[in-house]
Design a protein. Structure first.
Length: 270
């Protein structure tokens, strides 16, 4: 077997988590990440039939039985992942009942996947039905995005429109807009179900006073979506108290969409 710590998916995941902590988006044990892995690739590094232990789940994941995921551990700090990946990460396989996660690697302290596993797996299920090449669910706590959720209307139309108006890049990167959930108790099936429902239409879902979810076909796409929202939110928070005089107009956004051939959410512009 090859050394799993040298696997490209492991190297990229560790690098991404380290960067998320560096940016200040994942304080303490905040944030979580899951990556859907191809079994043929994992089999180069692990015996995918050898289960270390079973971890019960509080929801039914029958539609993804046999799928394998690299998942951050509950209570783990992103800043420490680079020093001991096997302690802070785990590779799980959805068991035959659909209600247990079979641990194939990691969580060496006897740990478990993130408490947000319901939101992650339900989001994977939703996105795979829309895009079979989907692979990543990323949850993080970007500072300005959270701040914006505290002072701005939580209407998805209003929130998205403001983000689009802050910089040219926004509508190009997330033309479908941003979903928004009001504050909810985290780590529950309820918030997981609500997030997955939102991700049927968008690739981004803001959790008010908490953080954001981004999904993608790879780590770069999910990270890039969140990064772009955070930059726009930062611009908003820096300028709103001074009075925004030169934001991009709806007419200009429509012109931009026409040039780039964007299938944008037309309900979000006047």
């Amino acid at each position: 077997m090859k050394n799993i710590l040298e696997a490209p998916f492991m190297v990229e995941t560790v690098r991404t988590l380290t960067n998320l902590y560096r940016l200040g988006w994942d304080e303490r044990n905040g944030g979580n990440l899951s990556v859907l892995l191809d079994e043929d690739v994992v089999a180069e590094y692990l015996d995918t039939g050898k289960v270390i232990r079973e971890i019960p789940m509080t929801f039914d994941a029958s539609s993804i039985i046999g799928k394998i995921f690299l998942v951050t551990g509950t209570g783990k700090y992103f800043k420490n992942v680079q020093y001991d990946p096997a302690y802070n990460l785990g590779i799980i396989k959805i068991g035959k009942s659909g209600k247990v996660a079979e641990l194939l690697w990691g969580y060496t302290d006897g740990g478990r996947p993130t408490s947000e596993l319901p939101a992650h797996l339900l989001s994977h299920i939703t996105r795979l039905a829309i895009d079979p090449s989907h692979r990543v669910v990323m949850h993080t706590h970007p500072t300005n995005t959270i701040a914006m959720s505290l002072v701005h209307s939580l209407s998805e139309r209003d929130f998205t429109r403001t983000l689009w108006q802050m910089q040219t890049e926004s509508i190009v990167v997330f033309p479908e807009g941003v979903a928004v959930l009001p504050w909810m108790v985290c780590g529950t099936n309820e918030i997981g179900e609500a997030t997955a429902e939102k991700l049927k239409e968008q690739r981004l879902c803001v959790w008010a006073a908490h953080g954001i979810y981004g999904v993608g076909r790879d780590l770069d796409e999910a990270f890039g979506l969140i990064e772009t929202v955070e930059k726009a939110a930062q611009l908003y928070m820096l300028s709103v108290n001074a009075g925004i005089k030169n934001g991009i107009t709806d007419s200009q956004l429509k012109d931009l969409a026409a040039v780039f051939g964007l299938n944008y959410n037309k309900d979000y512009l006047d």
